[in-house]
Design a protein around this ligand. Sequence first.
Ligand code: WT7
Length: 678
Amino acid sequence: MSDDSKIVSTSEAQIAVHWKEEELINPSEEFIAQANLTDKSIYERFSLANFPDYYTEFADLLTWYKKWDEVLDTSDAPCFKWFKGGKLNASYNCIDRHLAKNKNKTAIHFVAEPEDERVSHITYQELYTRVNEFAALLKNTAKLKRGDRVTIHMPMSAELPITMLACARIGVIHSVVFGGFSSSACADRVVDSNSRVLITMDSYYRAGKLLNHKEVDDEACALAEKGGQKVDTMLVWQRYPGKMSSPSPLVEGRDIIVNQELKKYYGALVEPEQMLAEEPLFLMYTSGTTGKPKGAQHGTGGYLAYVTAMSKYIQDIHPEDVYWCMADIGWITGHSFIVYGPLALCASSVIYEGVPTYPDAGRSWRIAQELDVNIFHTAPTAIRALRKVGPDEPQKYRYKFKHMTTVGEPIEPEVWRWYYNVVGRGEAAIVDTYWQTETGGFLCSTVPGIQPMKPGSAGPGVPGIHPIVFDETGEVLEPGCGKAGNICIQNPWPGMMQTVWGDRNRFVESYFGMYNKDRNSKKWQDWPYMTGDAAVVASDGYVRVLGRIDDVINVSGHRLGTKEIESAALTVPEVAEAAVVPVAHEIKGKEPELYVSLKPGIEATPELQKKVADAITFQIGKIAKCKNVWIVPDMPKTRSGKLMRRVLGAISNKGDVGNVMTLANPEIVEEIRKMVQG
Ligand code: WT7
């Protein structure tokens, strides 16, 4: 961590002290009467004294071929192995085991963006058939086998969970890349995971436009090959089965149209592989403090047990519920809470192709009405957008939510209240779930059948999770002290990532670097997990997350590494230095703003500004689009040459730059301030 980031966390601490405590709001009696978890004794059963055995309650929600020999193996700490020796299959747990009683029940409602395309309802039986057939294709056509990695770069579609579950069925480790990511971002992930197979879809809709997606992956294959990983097989699903809806031609010998090839496998059945609990289920890349995204590796038994339990007890999913999580399956939220958790519980999960506010502010609520959705899950960025475009829109539709989730970034109490009163009509229980890509499932949230809600606070650690807040010197900050610190988790848990794919050292340094005293310790007690977030804990144990303490920006609930954006800017040959800072944004929460300085003799022009902006979209995707690209004569620096992002951040956010007289070039600060603030 840099000195800069510590300053950020200290100033966040100031905010914390002045934050007024919000009132508690109780979930309705109607909700509590039907809730899956109302027994308060769970907190005693799940106390640290009973760790790790209490987690067998979660594992017992699954069907195992063979039960585990050991609940937690710490011999390779902090790469923990859960339910060691146990055998299971995730696709079996999400599909096969439901068939006897529920084969005619809808597993997936797929809602296409064009509203005149009818919703497709895929039953568990059909899901079973399609997953088996595609698994046969993966095995026989693509020659994939247990332990291989596959990159999936697909839009929101029913075929995406089918693809994931088919991989899980045969023990292939999937690495899903968010559909909106660029060819270059996709190529990096293909290379890092050594995928020789890339699975894509020809096109998809986004805000009224049919996008040519295959084109992006043709380019990704070319870039991956340059990076040292050849894609020998590209499997292309058709958005409209039976016809190609992308003008990009097929590449001979590499591309296979899935919908045609599947004809060879009609009716095929593939026995699920009996996976060891600790074998990886998938990789999910996420941004860190350095330029290179890290592949969070999630295991089969621990992860699935954890997300199933969270879906049952925190999302309160019952098999008869229609559950809609608006996240994209390309992020961890979609993996855990559109696909694996809800399907393991035999619920009906909604997948929507498009944008919540397109073609108008009522679209989301019409979907909820048509499908009779009763559990709704989204992020503050979507809530802010829906509130902005249609503050009274929800009233116009007939739907009834019993439960709602907010996830991904802090929610302003005012936005929370609109969500509660208008979207939930004051009847739905809300959970504010705090967690990360790395954690697989929730860290902090209220249990909705047990605790009241507090707008703007996530809640205490979920049962089994024991948070602790440290200051920079490693002292514990007690609940109620009013100070913010680094929030850590004292104990490992089954949903926790196993390692960074191919880089154990990076895993240890990134998540345990600061508070571990003995690198050789085999005791879990010596490895508190570092989230990288600043948080305050109130005297009632409710956690309020303030934001990242490291060089990570949370844009629309998604993490972007400042270094990643800066490296993208530095691919432009004229650029000498780049610095990214987060700026507050009404809808997205935060937005990146970029400062660059040029190599000697190069002139700042609007064309160059655009070139830098385009480089970022090309390297990462539109999600990383910067508010502005400022070309500055020089960067503010300390005498030792350290770039002062904090000063730039203060300028971008019209804050106090503080004392800059000790800088090597104090005069530059005023010059940049004039340029930015006018
Ligand atoms: C970061 C993780 C969790 C899945 C989606 C994002 C922030 C997450 C909350 C919340 C305040 C939150 C944290 C965290 N965050 N949930 N309820 N309240 N902040 O996953 O991309 O891995 O990002 O999002 O800063 O570290 P991610």
